[in-house]
Design a protein around this ligand. Structure first.
Ligand code: BYC
Length: 324
């Protein structure tokens, strides 16, 4: 255990050395531990954006709850979307332990200073998209989040463990929709293929820019906020998806895909990075709609927040009266 006594007079450089030693020894950093401000800020950035992604991510699927093809599918989709809300809540709470309020995080989202995953700015046009999102989007999220279960910040790591369990279920429900469509009528199979074609490349973009272009990776890897790089995680996802596409009997959207014996991985075609940057800078198909919808829901919910605050105040006053 790295367990040296820290006092108010411990110099900053010594604090940083002890902090890094703790991380190198695979000990978790907890909310009350000393941490460099840049570590705190980087975590607030990544974790709050992760929370926003979960919450904004409810919109593309929420769009299909009333149009799900059966009561069973409706119930499953409804509970999946509710799970995403739960993930957002755990992550907002975990981020609050770093000294930022939920209201500040929401303002950053609504004013465009904080990002959320680019994938949620693509429209959901068909029922097949519910399959593709569960399978590919949740599948990509799991690849990333399994490695984040070992992230150095305790509250983030613990929230990831629970979230990953639920995401595995989400991934399976999406793949099951794809199996049914891909083995259904020719029209259903074409729908599955179309959804795969539209969601495959944006799913690869979920892992972020190439390592050489990634602004935060080097520091995040040193501090073990990130445990694997953007490109390594993307490669894992590319490799695992090939046999899944084969099993569905669908065509792979990447025509340049090729097994590389030497690397033991698939080589893949180029990602359209202009599209990626255009989407993360606010110009995807649905960016404006997603934020407008969030703002409206937030404003419609003011009465709930006010009622909760009034109730809490009354409770405090009652307790104070009883104690007097
Ligand atoms: N989309 O230096 P980089 C889910 C930004 S939701 C948008 O590599 P980093 C689900 C990046 O933020 C799961 N922006 O950054 C929910 C940075 O900009 P800022 C979501 C992206 O942080 C509902 C800049 O580009 N999962 O499962 O080291 C329904 C430079 O990038 C994206 C997470 O959030 C992107 N794809 O690495 C269904 C995982 N990629 O902040 C499913 C947690 C990059 O400087 N996050 N940017 O303005 C991470 O692991 C990392 O933040 C990333 C990026 C790998 C995403």
């Amino acid at each position: 255990m790295v367990n040296k006594m820290i006092t108010n007079t411990t110099p900053e450089t010594e604090l940083e050395r002890l902090f890094q030693a703790k991380i190198d020894a695979e000990q978790k950093i907890e909310p009350k531990d000393w941490m460099p401000d840049a570590y705190r800020q980087n975590l607030i950035r990544q974790m709050s954006q992760h929370a926003h992604s979960e919450v904004i991510g409810m919109q593309p699927e929420g769009n299909w709850i009333t149009r799900a093809p059966s009561l069973r599918r409706k119930a499953v989709l409804l509970s999946k979307v509710q799970d995403e809300a739960g993930h957002g809540l755990y992550l907002y709470s975990a981020t609050e332990t770093l000294g930022i309020s939920r209201a500040e995080m929401i303002t950053a989202l609504q004013t465009g200073t904080a990002k959320y995953a680019s994938i949620f700015n693509y429209p959901t046009q068909t029922w097949g998209d519910m399959g593709a999102i569960g399978w590919l989007v949740d599948g990509a999220a799991i690849c990333n989040q399994v490695s984040l279960q070992r992230t150095s910040y305790g509250p983030y790591a613990r929230s990831m463990i629970r979230i990953c369990k639920e995401e595995s279920f989400h991934q399976r429900q999406g793949y099951q929709i794809m199996i049914e469509l891909a083995h259904g009528t020719p029209a259903q199979k074409a729908m599955a293929q179309d959804s795969l074609n539209r969601f495959y490349w944006p799913s690869l973009m979920m892992f972020g820019p190439h390592d050489s272009e990634s602004a935060h990776s080097a520091r995040s890897m040193k501090w073990k906020i990130k445990r694997e790089t953007n490109d390594d995680l993307r490669q894992k996802f590319i490799d695992q998806t090939v046999s899944q596409i084969n099993y569905l009997g669908l065509e792979h959207p990447d025509k340049a895909l090729e097994w590389n014996e030497e690397r033991g991985h698939y080589n893949s075609g180029d990602i359209d990075w202009d599209e990626f940057y255009s989407v993360i800078n606010g110009n995807g198909h649905c960016n404006r709609q997603r934020i407008q919808h969030h703002v409206k829901a937030h404003e419609d919910g003011i009465w709930v927040r006010e009622a909760t605050a009034a109730y809490n105040l009354k409770k405090e006053q009652r307790l104070a009266r009883d104690a007097a």
